[in-house]
Structures are given as C-alpha cells and as structure tokens.
Design a protein around this ligand. Structure first.
Ligand code: DGI
Ligand code: FE
Ligand code: FE
Ligand code: FE
Length: 187
C-alpha cells in the first residue's frame, strides 16, 4: 500500500487545487460524521479523501475503461457526473491500491446513492453534500438534519438533487430515482 505522503501526492496530481481542497474538507466532515455515528473515523476520513479521485480523469479514458473492464455498457450513455463514482472506484483500486471493499463501495455510491446503504456509504454521501465549502440554498438545513440523523440527511439530499436535476431538465440516473423512493420516506 501507498504511504500517506504518496497517497496525497497522487491525489493532488490527479485534480486541480479546488477539487483537492474539497476532498480534504469531505475527509474532515466524514471523520466528524463517523464519530457521531459510531463508525471508524480513520476509515471514513480516507474514504472521504479519495471519493472524487477520478472526477477529472479524461472522458476518453473513462470510455476505454468502461468498454474494456466489464462495466455495464449503459454507462456509455452517461457522463463524468455519474462515472466518477461508479467507475471512479476502479481507478482508486488501480492507482491508489485501495482494496477495502467498504471504501470502494462508498466511492461507487457517493453520487447516485443506492437502495441499500452502509453507514460508510451514507457518511461519504452526506459529507460530500454538507462539507463547509458547500454553499447552496438549504445547505444549513441539510447540515442540521444530517448531524441530527444521518438517514434523514440521505433523504433530504436525494430530494434536493432530484429537484435540482428536474429543474434543469437533466436525466435522472435510474439508481438515484430508486434510492429516492426508499430514502425520501421517513422511517
Ligand atoms: O463530485 P461532487 O461535485 O463533489 O458531488 P457529486 O459526486 O455528488 O456529484 C454531484 C453532481 O452529480 C451534480 O452535478 C448532480 C449530478 N448527479 C447526481 N445524480 C444524478 C446526477 N446527474 C444526472 N444527470 N443524473 C443523476 O441521477
Ligand atoms: Fe463526487
Ligand atoms: Fe454527492
Ligand atoms: Fe465530492
């Protein structure tokens, strides 16, 4: 495995400074959410740090990997917003040597969410949404809800993201819609 210095250097080399700083803030927020939800803070911090590792990988590289590495070919109908989680986990394993399936799955699910989510999946999904650099209508409410109850935060984010995508007349990734149907309902 890479030393933490090597990991940080590889992460930095794969993205611009704004994206790197976002990853650091997601890492710190994930650590905090882990402490509040009885999860391993170090593991949450690592997952948060690498979650957007592949956000700026070139589109041509994604297309080659989707075609050659047994991914669902329907992914070719989507874009980097969707790829950097689902296919991003492949790059995190290959380039960063991270093999922990829980971390790879949390990266895989961090954009689309899923019908079933582990505590780590929820932590990374929510840390990405509420990290201190985020500034959108409702972010303060999102923070309050998430710090009070992680599951409620997931439902809030999915509803917010769907509203945003529909407002822009964007396509909804079917998994995101399925996740919304589960998590938007208060349990
Ligand atoms: O990578 P980040 O910007 O930090 O955050 P993210 O991984 O949560 O990605 C957010 C982007 O992904 C945002 O622009 C909305 C987009 N997105 C999320 N779900 C869907 C989606 N885009 C489409 N087209 N369809 C979805 O279902
Ligand atoms: Fe992301
Ligand atoms: Fe997100
Ligand atoms: Fe992110």
């Amino acid at each position: 495995p890479l030393s933490s210095e090597e990991l940080i250097a590889k992460e930095k080399a794969n993205m611009d400074e704004n994206r790197f700083n976002h990853c650091v803030r997601v890492s710190e927020t994930a650590r905090k959410l882990a402490e509040l939800n009885d999860y391993d803070p170090e593991k949450a911090a690592l997952a948060g740090f690498v979650h957007d590792y592949a956000k700026q990988v070139p589109v041509e590289t994604y297309i080659e990997v989707i075609k050659s590495q047994n991914f669902d070919q329907d992914l070719l109908n989507w874009n980097r917003a969707i790829w950097h989680g689902i296919v991003g986990s492949y790059f995190i394993k290959k380039d960063l040597g991270i093999t922990d399936p829980e971390i790879l799955q949390a990266v895989y699910r961090h954009t689309t969410a899923d019908v079933e989510m582990t505590t780590l999946d929820k932590i990374v999904f929510m840390a990405d949404f509420i990290e201190p650099g985020r500034d959108f209508e409702g972010v303060e409410e999102a923070r309050e809800i998430t710090y009070a109850n992680l599951d409620d935060g997931v439902g809030y984010q999915l509803a917010h993201t769907l509203e945003f995508l529909i407002e822009k007349r964007n396509k909804i990734y079917p998994r995101t819609l399925e996740a919304y149907n589960v998590w938007s309902i208060k349990k």
